[in-house]
Design a binder for this molecule. Structure first.
Ligand code: KIV
Length: 267
């Protein structure tokens, strides 16, 4: 399968024009499968607030919960780069908190990088975390932790002034030292412009095909989560239907006394 994926490896992929794949993971078993498939980056996203915890948004997720899930993923992962997602209010309160909380992902959870949302507003925190030796992935555009400020999950950067703001965020994240940046929920031509301007890889979600890589929430792309399905999600499988079929078959076999059979029983 090859050597462990590192931050320099991800940067080289952009230089070589190789597309980068990233999926979210929240536990050991999923991490093992995605790692075996060869996905380059596993993001332990605070999206777990929705797909694991059933919340309406990501705001309630805590540092301790992120550390717990990141540790499970790092344990299941031999090759992919494991990225821990900084939850709401773990870095917005200032550089000292950002530094301390970023450090927990490395010391307690085995992460190889962290991600945080924002551009110009968080550039000092990114700079401090990178200066302490911890790789940072930025996240700009439709940043879900700002859902209340946006008034919903709305595409960002459509109007001229908002487009310029997203471009400024992209430049701020790169110059602060981030090794990559997630572009979420922005027009594809804006994502293309950012991808061309930056030397670090752009990882898109709802940002079109011009990005250097793509990320999806694993529960969305496998069809495991259907509380809401954004337009940018492609369903690569219908695992919910497969699960329903298996569970129903189990129930029928138990009720009809067909399971367990001889081969599942002991003498
Ligand atoms: O929390 C998350 O899973 C994310 C990705 C969707 C980029 O931030």
């Amino acid at each position: 399968m090859g050597d462990k994926i590192t931050v320099p490896h991800i940067l080289k992929m952009k230089q070589r024009g190789e597309r980068i794949t990233c999926l979210t993971a929240y536990d050991y078993s999923f991490a093992r499968i995605l790692d075996e498939a060869g996905v380059e980056m596993l993001l332990v996203g605070d999206s777990l607030g929705c797909v694991i915890q059933g919340g309406a948004n990501t705001l309630a997720v805590t540092m301790d919960e992120m550390i717990y899930h990141t540790r499970l993923v790092a344990h299941g992962c031999k090759r992919a780069l494991v990225i821990g997602d900084m939850p709401f209010m773990s870095y917005q309160t200032g550089t000292a908190d950002a530094l301390r909380n970023a450090g927990r992902f490395f010391k307690e959870a085995g992460a190889a990088a962290i991600k945080l949302e924002g551009g110009v507003a968080v550039q000092e925190s990114i700079r401090a975390i990178v200066a302490a030796g911890m790789p940072v992935m930025g996240h700009i555009g439709l940043t879900p932790q700002s859902v209340h400020q946006f008034g919903g999950y709305k595409i960002q950067g459509r109007e001229k002034n908002r487009r310029e703001a997203v471009l400024r965020d992209a430049t701020a994240v790169e110059s602060a030292g981030a090794f990559a940046v997630v572009l979420e929920g922005i027009p594809q031509d804006l994502a293309g412009e950012i991808t061309e301007r930056l030397t670090i890889p752009t990882i898109g979600i709802g940002a079109g095909v011009e990005c250097d890589g793509q990320v999806l929430v694993i529960h969305d792309m496998l069809g495991l989560f259907d509380d809401f399905v954004p337009k940018f999600v492609k369903r690569y499988a219908d695992v919910k239907q497969t699960m329903l079929g298996a569970v129903k078959e189990f129930m029928v076999e138990v009720k009809e006394r067909k399971f367990p059979a001889e081969e599942h029983s002991f003498k």
